[in-house]
Design a protein around this ligand. Sequence first.
Ligand code: ZN
Length: 410
Amino acid sequence: MAINNLANGDLLQVGQELIIPGGTGEAIATAYTVAPGDTLAGIAAAFNTSSADVVATNRLIIDNPPLIVGQQVPIISRSGSAAARPVHGRPYLVESGDTLLLVAARNGISPSELAAANGLASDAYLFPGQRLRIPDEEAIYRDLPQGWVDVRLSAPITTQGSTLSIFVENLMPGTPAGRFGQQALHFSPDGEGYVALIGIDAFEEPGTYDLEISGGDERGLWAPLRIQLPLVEGAFDTQYIEVGEALDGLLDPEMRASEDEFLKTIYADFSEDQRWEGIFQTPLTTTIVSAAYGGRRSYNGGPIEIYHTGIDYAAAEGTTVLAPAGGVVVFSAPLELRGNVIIIDHGLGVMTGYYHLLESLVKPGDNVTAGQPIGRVGSTGLSTGAHLHWDLRIMDITVDPALWTQQAFP
Ligand SMILES: [Zn+2]
């Protein structure tokens, strides 16, 4: 068929990917995995197309080829009968030689984001003539319920470890409230509307999440808004760490749990004023990443039950640590695991933490500006050498701080 730029002639082969054209409407590619008992006619019917079209589209010369259980079947559905998918993003027509990796790289997104935006498996082949959607940097929602003026998300798809910001504006008076999955959202006034930040931790289960927003006051309630948001897997490494006997006692899970519990009382505090502007600076002038955010961690060969909550920068002891953005110091004291710790509250639920410091140059209550020295790199607490561990949390949810040095939030 023309849409696939294919000729007749091939037999169906084990592991081959099928392309199934749909009926009428907008053509968007998606993927279908063959299940036990599937027939070509059955799949064709489920997607409102015909076996003959599937055969022609896939260059098949037999009418009833065997299907392989587990086989990936790309589908072009024009009927809307395939699974729900986002309709945001720029259209893109696949050319000869295109792969998910190439198209994603050219558009500055990850292959998994591109696949998720198009309902494709992450290892799906692309074919010339296939229609894709390139996710927008920002998703602007249309066809909103009555009363809603503007609803924008910083991305139409989210990834483990990322940050999302949402802006909403409603004609009715009142303040919005909402949730993302089980996470409650905290909105602050922003121009004509309200803004909230959403943190996605590195262990958040991939899938489709409901983003629900309501609002209003005694004069009336806003029409509730629900957005379905795909969350895709991030690319994280596994970090095997050997800790010597002297620090072994610090590996006690109960000690970690109680320190985490204590930190939560600081990190989960919400202050409405945004104290930063634009992108964050890195907290060291020279940055050598020794351990990235999100790495799955095993200590002394033990099981992987935690992930690396921030970024480790290798640096000589005594190197000056700088505030990455404006904020107010809310904590500066030693802890058993994290060593000497500083925590800065930037507002809107965003806080940054600096661990294993040799010393702190600030005290709680101090206002800091971007680039201001706040401490010195050390190796205090559960640390195997001089380095700076940098956390960024949104309402105590640890996200990748690197994104904040590349993109301005909210
Ligand atoms: Zn670290």
